[in-house]
Design a protein around this ligand. Sequence first.
Ligand code: NAI
Ligand code: MG
Length: 356
Amino acid sequence: MKTYRIASIPGDGIGPEVIGAGLDVLDALARRDSGFALDVTAFDYGSDYYRRHGVMMPDGALERLKAFDAIYFGAVGAPDIPDHVTLWGLRLAICQGFDQYANVRPTRVLRGLDSPLRACAPADLDWVIVRENSEGEYAGQGGRSHRGHAEEVATEVAIFTRAGVARIMRFAFALAASRPRRHLTVVTKSNAQRHGMVLWDEVAAETARDFPEVTWDKMLVDAMTVRMVHAPASIDTVVATNLHADILSDLAAALAGSIGIAPTANVNPERNYPSMFEPIHGSAFDITGKGIANPVGAFWTASQMLEHLGEADAARRLMAAVERVTAAGIRTRDLGGDATTAEVTAAVIDAIEGGN
Ligand code: NAI
Ligand code: MG
């Protein structure tokens, strides 16, 4: 029997609520399946840690995390600490430190749920957005001078390297090739951003030659938002920069029903480092502690984690259990229901134990 070592970092806000639920569901799955076991170690990194120690995670944290097969992450962000401190101190530090350059964000309309788009049948919306996760607009380049003066200047420099663009493009084409539609949309803003985004277009065209089985098209990011709303069925796999895909994937989640269901995998494809799996939502201060957070995003990303670990069958069974529950109408408030986090979790565990 295989045992996988999982580092769990529940983090802030509703992070601990949904990661706790996810670990219960994973535990039920491992017990039922018996083909694998999970050895979970929890880390208390996050805003509470920051208040005690002045850093989001200690020196040497990456060295410790490196020993794990995967990281299961909740959310980071607190009302009393600037968001750039929490985000860069923990989540981005892990993504960059572990070269998790491919951020994979599947979106589809789960059984029993509806898209808020009137004309969108569930089969019309089945996308995977691939977000470049290591450079671009979130490379961390820039600075501020003349602070507080009228002449103050701040720069936020987007970095696009040929190596960085080529590797995410290759990843996206390969992912598109593995899906039934074999279609990739390359999103840029190469009319206005005439350097980095034109490099994207060129590298896309070069990479496409190696994937003759994939059809592909190009969209400007503003037009892409319109296409997502008006022609969802025309989209399958999408690749975009760090910033563009960040925004598009929130829109995608909302179009599929709720930000609370959406998962994301921060992947180091070469497997030199552990990859990190998280719901895409943040710490959601407005509902923290109320027991009503939707745990489905945390379940779905747990399924991504199992697939990454090589447990594709367990990954499928987990999503089948989740969709049994959504189809049965057991939903949290963000999906129009009145179930609590605990009730949805118990129902998914029942569905797992009942077999599916
Ligand atoms: P958010 O995703 O935390 O919340 C946006 C809205 O969606 C809120 O109304 C919230 O109640 C709702 N929502 C989010 N997840 C939900 C769930 N599972 N179930 C039900 N409703 C849910 O985004 P916001 O408000 O912009 O950011 C709050 C904090 O989270 C900030 O500090 C931000 O920096 C941080 N953040 C962290 C992320 C991460 O750790 N990956 C991602 C996004 C934001
Ligand atoms: Mg986001």
